[in-house]
Design a protein around this ligand. Structure first.
Ligand code: SF4
Ligand code: SF4
Length: 709
């Protein structure tokens, strides 16, 4: 009986199918190899980056964020779609290789996939091809008809990417269709004696196509079979070679990007890997000024971005109309790499990035809040790049006007206000406070186990000093033997470092480390998440540090702290996660546990909370910077609190307090909304006298409160 010839056996034109497919393989693989080699050129010219440590942790990231698609469901529709496509691709990997090989070796069988196992695998891949095909159609319709706002490209950032995205989706759909069509044509035709009958999965795309082809003549089936196979081969290699020219390059690069992703949160990369701080003074240039100053990993980020827009969708700077959209930090750099490292001809490089690719305001607009990095499914990094670009600008003497004064003051006085060092502990002199809670200064004569590191905003800002006093009272209440450094303390330098002034940061850090060591303390407590982050991640060789919210939560648990009920039961509280306590250090539950331990306190969550918290606008020296924006970040945050039904915003950060209280006024919500720091609220509610039994009103939980001392 006549049957369908296998693709390798067909002689369509002058050469046999085998020869034709061998040529296609050779051309496809050579082109792909060449393209990838050219894409690696800028990475080879880039700055060093040490990402080869802790292989097991790195593998864990690949498994979690790559294979398990951890972050994708954060955007439900797109995430589920991506999970289906990814799972489909995983199932189809072996089939793709098998299909490519049978074009030149018709009797090839994948090892382990002969007999029953092969049938089962074919059924799985029939369904996988169907799912991927349907997902592509859905994604195309979604891109064209129901495009989410985050895919839009504002005019200032270039042209829309819709056509490219749709083209790539269509290519994958064609690939799935071709794969299914030749399987269907082969299954619809008569089978040569001795060959196994090809089973197709019911209701799969190949199965349906087989139904359509069942009445076709043998010659039509042969044409379909060979044509579909040829289409599959050409589409496969075209797609392979086209992907490195656009967003689909992430298919090749993402697993590498996940493997080499940053392992520690809250940190900032060294100015130059492999160059000691002492050697930095001799460095000709510091920071990123040209494209080649980025590290190879940062360039890999540029190639890996899938242009999904999630980073910018969560970026507070973008939300309030600042000239920064993290997605375009990446897309512009990627386009730059494509343009300046062409496939043919010499690279053209060393063009300054600031003024050409990025504007100054764009780079100063970032608060280093980390929302972009938290959201990115491919772990693309932004803060280190932005800090590196700022380091480059600072190195060129390019400092925004509004920041020149605070920086000079930090250099000369150790605080951004330019106030006298000896006034640093003046907040302890408030009359009522001094009587009830004397605070030791650890100046060599006084000693303590715990250092309360106050930092500049709390030391000098009249309003924020109250957070300092509340913190001290709490430490005193739980019986901590604590003290402060007073005039010996300088700004922690956290913002200075994120602003890009590394040399000044190092001077502040070294001074503080010496002072901390001289004090002989065993632990450090602070009420400022920026200070907490600096002491935890930027400083080395200092005692362990805790944020006051962690201390309160622990002492509530231990019973040393108990709270009296809130006075106004009509108040509705909401907790605003400070970026450097939440996202950068994962302290989400302790502040909430403290609030929930206060009897009668009604608490609601804002739509953007925990790791999706919306920055108040205070990070990265932003308290002193005047950005170009349509709306203040703090105002947007206060509106979110109002939308959640809250009229009291609780935060746990002096920077947040400055911004939120200001935003309440700007938003016209004075009298309707208030803000309070967690330490202030906790201190106000602490039971200090006799034991009382209280009913925890809102939650209806009975709680026994016992005086702490
Ligand atoms: S760190 Fe925050 S402000 Fe900066 S780009 Fe990312 S999301 Fe935007
Ligand atoms: S950086 Fe990440 S989140 Fe942003 S567009 Fe690219 S892939 Fe999406």
């Amino acid at each position: 009986m006549e049957s369908i010839q296998l693709a390798a056996q067909v002689t369509p034109w002058l050469a046999s199918g085998r020869t034709l497919f061998l040529i296609i393989h050779f051309l496809g693989i050579t082109c792909f190899g060449y393209i990838v080699a050219m894409r690696l050129v800028p990475l080879l010219r880039a700055e060093r980056d040490f990402r080869f440590d802790r292989p097991l942790d790195r593998l864990g990231k690949v498994l979690k964020f790559g294979l398990a698609q951890w972050k994708h469901p954060r955007y439900r529709t797109a995430g589920i779609l991506h999970i289906f496509i990814f799972a489909g691709f995983i199932c189809l990997v072996m089939r793709a290789f098998y299909v490519l090989i049978v074009g030149v070796s018709e009797n090839f069988v994948m090892p382990g996939l002969s007999g029953q196992a092969g049938h089962i695998y074919n059924i799985i891949t029939d369904y996988a091809a169907t799912v991927v095909f349907l997902c592509m159609i859905f994604a195309i319709v979604r891109r064209l008809a129901f495009k989410p706002a985050r895919y839009a490209v504002p005019e200032k950032f270039g042209k829309a990417h819709t056509a490219d995205a749709v083209f790539l989706l269509a290519l994958i759909a064609i690939l799935m269709l071709a794969d299914s069509l030749f399987a269907a044509a082969r299954a619809a035709g008569p089978i040569e004696q001795g060959q196994a009958v090809e089973l197709l999965a019911t209701w799969s795309l190949p199965w349906m196509l087989k139904g359509l082809l069942s009445s076709s003549s043998l010659s039509t089936l042969r044409d379909f079979y060979f044509g579909a196979y040829l289409l599959h081969e050409v589409t496969f290699y075209f797609l392979l070679c086209y992907r490195p020219f656009g967003i689909q390059f992430h298919v090749e690069t993402s697993l590498f990007n996940l493997y080499f992703a940053k392992l520690e949160r809250g940190t900032v990369k060294p100015v130059k890997y492999g160059v000691s701080e002492e050697q930095l003074a001799q460095a000709k240039s510091i920071g990123v000024k040209t494209f080649e100053d980025f590290t190879w990993k940062h360039m890999l980020d540029f190639y890996t971005c899938a242009d999904c827009g999630r980073c910018s969708d969560n970026c507070p700077a973008n939300a309030v109309g600042r000239p920064l959209s993290p997605r375009f930090i990446t897309i512009k750099a990627r386009d730059y790499a494509f343009q300046h490292y062409p496939m043919f001809g010499k690279p053209t490089n060393h063009q300054p990035l600031i003024g050409n690719l990025y504007s100054e305001d764009e780079i100063w607009s970032c608060t280093t809040c980390g929302a972009c990095e938290e959201e990115c499914p491919l772990l693309v990094e932004y803060i280190d790049k932005i800090v590196d670009l700022r380091r480059g600008m600072i190195d060129d003497g390019n400092v925004p006007q509004s920041l020149q004064k605070p920086l000079k003051a930090l250099e000369s006085r150790g605080n951004p206000y330019g106030k006298m060092e000896k006034k640093r502990a003046d907040w302890t002199n408030a009359k009522d406070f001094r009587q009830s809670c004397p605070v030791k200064t650890l100046d060599g004569k006084n000693h303590a186990d715990t250092l309360y590191f106050v930092d500049s905003v709390t030391s000098y800002d009249d309003r924020i000093q109250s957070i300092g006093r509340a913190t001290a009272k709490i430490l005193d209440h739980v019986g901590d033997n604590f003290g402060i450094l007073g005039a010996a303390e300088k700004d922690s330098g956290h913002e200075v470092r994120r602003f890009g002034e590394e040399t000044l940061f190092m001077a502040l850090r070294d001074h503080n480390v010496d002072a901390i060591k001289a004090s002989g303390v065993k632990r450090i407590v602070t009420a400022d998440p920026h200070t907490y982050n600096a002491l935890k991640h930027d400083y080395t060789d200092v005692p362990p540090v805790e944020h006051i919210s962690q201390v309160i939560a622990r002492e509530v648990k231990s019973g040393k702290i108990t709270f009296k009920p809130v006075e106004n039961r009509d108040s509705v509280y909401t907790y605003h996660d400070p970026c450097y306590l939440g996202r950068h250090n994962q302290v989400y539950d302790d502040p909430r546990n403290v609030l929930d331990a206060i009897p009668g306190l009604k608490r609601v969550e804002m739509s953007r909370s925990r790791d999706r918290s919306f920055c108040c606008g205070g990070g990265g020296l932003m308290l002193f910077y005047e950005p170009k924006e349509e709306q203040r970040m703090g105002v947007k945050r206060v509106q979110m609190a109002a939308e959640a039904g809250a009229n009291v915003i609780v935060t746990a950060c002096p920077f947040c307090m400055v911004n939120i209280e200001d935003a309440i006024k700007v938003a016209g919500l004075e009298g309707k909304m208030t803000a309070i720091d967690l330490a202030e609220l906790a201190e106000k509610q602490i039971v200090r006298e006799s034991p009382v039994v209280e009913a925890k009103g809102a939650a209806g939980i009975q709680q026994e409160s016992v005086a702490g001392r």
